[in-house]
Structure formats: structure tokens, C-alpha cells
Design a protein around this ligand. Structure first.
Ligand SMILES: NC(=O)c1ccc[n+]([C@@H]2O[C@H](COP(=O)([O-])OP(=O)(O)OC[C@H]3O[C@@H](n4cnc5c(N)ncnc54)[C@H](OP(=O)(O)O)[C@@H]3O)[C@@H](O)[C@H]2O)c1
Length: 274
């Protein structure tokens, strides 16, 4: 992608692992300077070392803590002078039957995935608005479009990201700021580690596993260049989304089957002790 990212500055959250790490690496290779944000300072320093320290700045922060985001953004600004691109890739997954998950787990997913995105936007957008230019990438999920059994907490946060993003996109347009919301199916990253067995054995994972974080990152860079409003990966799932509009029960039945069935509503441990 010659040219487009040359001289641009990006802030990438969730850059210590998975999709965020790959997006940061591809942006540097494409000529951008990148502020990399996550909690794990060592992982960020390793990445900065690999990518070249002149092109990157390490910004350790917790997306649930607005004060640490403000410090991270001021480090990025004092080093690079501006932020042209914000990629919100920090996220966690909590999966399980509705009553298996604690209230704390429901709140934590919302805090990191949804409010983490909101928090970063609230700190970075004023700078883009002043510059009257910029691009935001918010990573949602296919789980923000199609509901899978066992994903009630995660899906809620990902639907929230899409709703917020679609409203925000309209507000950003007059300022010349674009917004892409990204909805990938399964991507083979550490996020899936704790659910590895069930996820990897699902038919859906086997069909879409070719989507590596690397491939998702390349698609995200292309989407930024083209100011795409939404990126569904794999693109063929657009057909499923169209069918869902007219036949939601059919798509729910298929998604249960593809994902290997419905998880227990209540954990066995919970039932034994009740
Ligand atoms: N993998 C998939 O199948 C898939 C599919 C659809 C959508 N997504 C979404 O893609 C995004 C990236 O996920 P991934 O698959 O790349 O997962 P990952 O490899 O586990 O990476 C998650 C990143 O988020 C960071 N993070 C987590 N909590 C944080 C916090 N409180 N503050 C700052 N950073 C935090 C982690 O860094 P630290 O631990 O160092 O803070 C890490 O860099 C997530 O929003 C996820 O929901 C993933």
C-alpha cells in the first residue's frame, strides 16, 4: 500500500497481542508511526523493539481507566505531535451459559470491550476534531451481528460497539473523520485460548479459521484507506446477515449447529450447590 500511511500517526489499543499487534506491525511496515497501547509493558516493549523504536512509542494503559489513557495519549502526542488513526482493538471474551457467568463477568466485558472503546474515543477524538481529519477503527465482532449461544455477555458489548459506532459515524462526518466498525468471525488469537477446545471443534471455526490476525490486519488497513463503514470477515457472511433480516430463527438454528450446540444455562457446580 504505497503512500497512504506514510507520515500518518496511529494509536492502536490491544497492541500487545492478536489483532491489535498485527495492525500495529502492518501500519509501521506501511510507513506510519504507531503508539502501541495495552497493559503489558514488556510485550509492548518487545514489539517496539521488533518494529523499530523510531517508528513506535510504548504507551502502557488500561482502557478501563481514563486517567491512564490520557497519560498514554499525551506520551503519543509529545512524541509524534498528532493522532491520525485510532484503532480500538483492546478486548476480552467471557463465554458461557447466562447463569454460569457472574454479574462481575458481565460487567467486566462491558467495561473493557465497550467502555474501553468509549474511553479511548473520548480522549482521542477532541484532537481529531481540532485537526478536522482522522479515522477511527472500532473492533466489534460477528457476535455483534449474529448471536451465538453462550455469548450473552460478549455479544451485548459487541452490539453496543456497533450501535455506538453507527451513531458516532454520522457525528464525525462533518469533521472529516471516518469510522470503520470491524466484525470478524473467529480469528486464531490468544483471546480464544480459554475456550480453545469448544471453539476449535466447532464447525464454524473450522470453516473460518483461515482468518489469521495477519489477514484481519491487512483487511483493516485496506478499510481505512477506503473509508469503509463496516468490515465483515469473512465477507461471505454478509449473505448470512441478509438472510437473518428475513429469517432470524433459521439463522439462530444454523448458528447453534455450527457452534456445536447450546451450552448449559447453569454450571453443574452451580446446580450442585443450590
Ligand atoms: N479472536 C477472535 O476470534 C475475535 C473475533 C472477533 C472479534 N475479536 C475482537 O478483536 C479484538 C482483539 O482481540 P484479539 O483476538 O486480538 O485478542 P487478544 O490476542 O487476547 O488481544 C487482546 C488485547 O486487548 C488487550 N487488553 C485486554 N484488556 C485490556 C485492558 N483492560 N486495557 C488495555 N488493553 C487490554 C490485551 O493486552 P493486555 O493484556 O496487555 O492489556 C491484548 O493486547 C477484541 O475486541 C476482540 O473482542 C476477536
Amino acid at each position: 500500500m504505497p503512500g497512504y500511511f506514510d507520515g500518518k500517526v496511529a494509536l492502536v489499543t490491544g497492541a500487545s497481542s492478536g489483532i491489535g499487534k498485527q495492525v500495529a506491525s502492518h501500519l509501521v511496515r506501511a510507513g506510519a508511526r504507531v503508539a502501541i497501547l495495552a497493559r503489558n509493558r514488556n510485550a509492548l516493549e518487545d514489539l517496539a523493539h521488533q518494529m523499530g523504536e523510531g517508528q513506535t512509542v510504548v504507551c502502557p494503559a488500561d482502557v478501563t481507566d481514563p486517567e491512564t489513557i490520557k497519560s498514554a495519549v499525551s506520551v503519543a502526542l509529545s512524541r509524534f505531535g498528532k493522532i491520525d488513526i485510532l484503532v480500538n482493538a483492546a478486548g476480552i471474551l467471557r463465554a458461557g451459559g447466562f447463569l454460569q457467568l457472574s454479574e462481575l463477568e458481565f460487567r467486566r466485558v462491558m467495561e473493557v470491550d465497550y467502555f474501553g472503546t468509549v474511553n479511548c474515543l473520548r480522549v482521542v477524538l477532541p484532537h481529531m476534531v481540532r485537526a478536522r481529519a482522522g479515522h477511527v477503527v472500532n473492533i466489534s465482532s460477528l457476535a455483534g451481528k449474529i448471536v451465538f449461544p453462550g455469548s450473552s455477555a460478549y455479544s451485548a458489548s459487541k452490539f453496543a460497539i456497533i450501535g455506538m459506532s453507527n451513531a458516532l459515524r454520522q457525528e464525525l462526518k462533518p469533521y472529516g473523520i471516518g469510522l470503520t466498525v470491524v466484525c470478524p468471525g473467529y480469528v486464531d488469537t490468544p483471546l480464544l485460548d480459554q475456550h480453545l477446545q469448544s471453539v476449535r471443534s466447532s464447525k464454524f471455526f473450522q470453516m473460518t479459521r483461515s482468518y489469521s490476525a495477519d489477514k484481519v490486519a491487512i483487511a483493516i488497513l485496506n478499510a481505512i484507506k477506503r473509508n469503509k463503514r463496516e468490515l465483515i470477515l469473512p465477507g461471505s457472511l454478509r449473505l448470512v446477515l441478509a438472510v437473518q433480516c428475513v429469517a432470524p430463527t433459521l439463522v439462530e438454528t444454523l448458528s447453534n449447529w455450527f457452534n456445536g450446540g447450546v451450552p448449559e444455562l447453569v454450571s453443574h457446580k452451580g446446580r450442585d450447590s443450590s
